[in-house]
Design a protein around this ligand. Structure first.
Ligand SMILES: [Zn+2]
Length: 364
């Protein structure tokens, strides 16, 4: 089943900026499993005078177990911290691959990850692009779990190259980078070892150098997703595909009017867990059922490799996409908090679903 071309027959498509709907789906909807609920315990003492919106409520999220009665670990995804990460990225300016600005961004991300007690590393490689050979580097950090099953949580961290535009990418990818950093901080602060290993990966070179997603490149060497393709190829070469049970991709999820439709390429069981978790946390208006046609993103190389993947993205009604107006005022700490809390609360459920010996991609 291919994605909906109609979704992309939009204004942005006319601007030749849309990512083309590509390929057939590699992941079919699976039977939705029943996922055990676990406690979400407001930490507010007494009776609040005023009901806070759901995202303002501090919650306690168990990172280590999906069982109904885990000992809750007080965690607090701090939207303001995520916002501070976005501001920092924007201070560096436009951040295309192989620029001093992206090197500064990379160093910032690595320094942050290390400050959370994580061993962060970079994987450097050279990509052949329409602008010649470009030095790129993915950033990787990991929290070892009880098992070697890996759940990857990811975002790209490069901004799209524009010859004549000052494009700073607050939402694309500032917000997802800020959210991923804050997720990593919260997860690293847990005293409970997670069931699965959590790996945080920041991809270089997601954006096309040419204006449109498929304007340049070849099927064998497309002009986009350089870092994620490099990473997925490594997993295949090293026979590590089976250990990666799921990949969660964050991309453009910080809009002040956050509403996440279901990316049509994503693995349904994984998407279902995250959508249900978001709704359990009270974010029913954010995690909606309308399809979101994206047509390709950093999760695609992983889907092709047989790794179940989900993209949390709001592309089609984000009118500032790839414009100079993708600025700080378009995103909010609250939106990043909603996504961050939901991903954190989803991780134990995903780990429970992706139990040893069962690889959802391989199961028919
Ligand atoms: Zn983009």
């Amino acid at each position: 089943m291919a994605g909906s071309a109609g979704v992309l027959a939009s204004l942005r498509y006319l601007q030749c900026c849309a990512r083309n709907v590509r390929g057939r789906l590699l992941s079919q909807p699976k039977t939705v499993i029943a996922v055990a609920l676990f406690g979400v315990i407001p930490l507010l003492g007494g009776c609040p005078r005023k009901e806070l919106p759901p995202g303002d409520k501090p919650v306690s999220i168990s990172l280590g177990s999906p069982s109904p009665s885990p000992s809750p670990i007080p965690t607090s995804f701090n939207g303001e911290r995520a916002m501070a990460h976005v501001k920092k990225q924007l201070e560096f300016g436009p951040r295309p691959p192989d620029t001093p600005e992206l090197v500064k961004t990379r160093n910032y991300i690595v320094t942050e990850l290390k400050s959370y007690g994580l061993a962060a590393s970079t994987d450097e490689f050279v990509a052949n692009t329409p602008q010649g050979r470009k030095k790129m580097a993915n950033i990787i950090a990991e929290i070892p779990g009880e098992s070697t099953n890996v759940i990857i949580i990811s975002s790209h961290y490069d901004t799209k190259f524009f010859k004549d535009l000052h494009f700073v990418g607050a939402n694309d990818p500032g917000a997802s980078v800020g959210t991923l950093l804050e997720i990593a901080r919260v997860a690293a602060s847990s005293s409970t070892k997670p069931k699965a290993t959590y790996r945080f990966v920041f991809f270089d070179g997601e954006e096309a150098f040419c204006e449109g997603w498929d304007d340049c490149g070849t099927p064998d060497n497309p002009d986009h997703t350089y870092g994620s393709r490099h990473y997925a190829e490594q997993l295949v070469d090293r026979h590590q595909v089976q250990s990666v049970r799921a990949l969660i991709l964050l991309d453009m999820m910080g809009y002040t009017k956050l509403e996440l439709g279901r990316d049509t390429m994503s693995s349904r069981w994984l998407q279902d867990i995250i959508w249900q978790t978001g709704r359990d946390l009270g974010y029913t208006k954010v995690f909606v059922d309308r399809p979101e046609g994206v047509g390709g993103d950093d999760h695609e190389p992983f889907l092709r490799a047989g790794i179940d993947s989900v993209d949390l993205i709001q592309l089609n009604d984000y009118r500032y996409w790839h414009t100079p107006e993708d600025t700080l005022d378009k995103i909010s700490a609250q939106s990043m908090k909603i996504v961050g809390e939901t991903v954190l609360a989803s991780l134990p459920r995903i780990a429970a679903h992706a139990s040893p010996g069962v690889h959802p991609s391989v199961a028919q």
